[in-house]
Design a protein around this ligand. Structure first.
Ligand SMILES: Nc1ncnc2c1ncn2[C@@H]1O[C@H](COP(=O)(O)OP(=O)(O)OP(=O)(O)O)[C@@H](O)[C@H]1O
Ligand SMILES: Nc1ccn([C@@H]2O[C@H](COP(=O)(O)O)[C@@H](O)[C@H]2O)c(=O)n1
Length: 233
């Protein structure tokens, strides 16, 4: 606690100090290099990892994710904290990822598996209850990209029917996280997350139908990237 008896996050959660130290080591630039930066977003099991891996190979890109590996070991710890603290961890993770993006985009294209749009979409959907119409209205400041965070050139949002998404989660046979179980059980929560993704601005998400085969989804994403980022051959 400080002189006023106010506890700092590091006093309550020792791991917070370690995460903050990682962040302190990062450059604070919000400027990207000359190569395109493409974010891939969507609910769990919509095919982000599958697509990002094929795009990485095809564009000889660097594949990054948020939160980045350097703080990945703290995720479980922060996932058990109340929403505000959990979201602070993911928000900071985006800024750490941004410093890697700035560095890597100087020499090659960068693909990012989840970034700010994920943090905002899940956070907003958690704070609102009921139907998607209860979300803040379109163009609300909550849907704007933070001014000090490095912006991607393009963000693709993978969309999938709830039935197919659940089939894919079950097909993976992994243990579900609390949030995945909530998403599965709470159709309204999932609708709020997806609607929030669609309302995000600067950059807005470009929708990709993820219900097609892996090859087809890759082909469509590849075409969109070439159209939006014409520096890529
Ligand atoms: N187009 C597709 N058609 C059928 N199955 C797919 C397709 N894309 C991915 N899958 C399968 O769906 C499952 C989920 O895919 P993947 O792990 O890529 O999703 P994800 O969005 O990265 O998930 P998470 O966010 O939970 O990590 C995997 O078993 C994967 O092989
Ligand atoms: N930039 C991010 C990334 C993730 N989250 C939160 O984590 C959840 C699960 O992510 P997966 O790695 O399992 O796909 C996700 O649903 C978000 O709640 C985030 O907030 N910001």
């Amino acid at each position: 606690p400080d002189d006023w008896g106010i506890a700092f996050p590091g006093d309550l959660i020792p791991e917070a100090n370690e995460v903050l130290q990682e962040a302190d080591h990062c450059s604070r630039t919000s400027r990207k290099g000359k190569f395109p930066v493409i974010g891939i977003e969507g609910l769990d099991a919509t095919g982000k990892s599958t697509l990002t891996e094929s795009l990485r190979e095809s564009f000889k890109a660097v594949l990054l994710k948020s939160p980045p590996d350097c703080i990945g070991r703290y995720r479980k710890r922060f996932d058990t904290e109340p929403p505000l603290i959990r979201r602070a961890f993911y928000a900071l993770g985006n800024y750490i990822t941004a410093s890697f993006i700035a560095n890597k985009s100087a020499t090659s294209p960068v693909i990012v598996d989840r970034y700010w749009h994920s943090t905002a979409a899940y956070a907003i959907a958690t704070e609102v209850s009921g139907k998607a119409e209860n979300l803040p209205p379109p163009h609300h400041e909550l849907y704007q990209w933070p001014l000090d965070l490095l912006q991607p050139d393009l963000v693709l949002l993978l969309t999938l029917s709830p039935e197919e998404r659940i089939r894919r989660i079950e097909g993976r046979g992994e243990q579900k996280t609390k949030e995945e179980m909530e998403l599965e059980a709470n159709c309204l929560f999932r609708q709020r997350v997806e609607e929030t993704y669609k309302r995000m601005e600067n950059p807005a998400c470009v929708l990709v139908d993820a219900s097609a085969s892996k090859e087809e989804v890759f082909k469509n994403a590849h075409l969109l990237i070439k159209r939006y980022c014409n520096t890529l051959s």
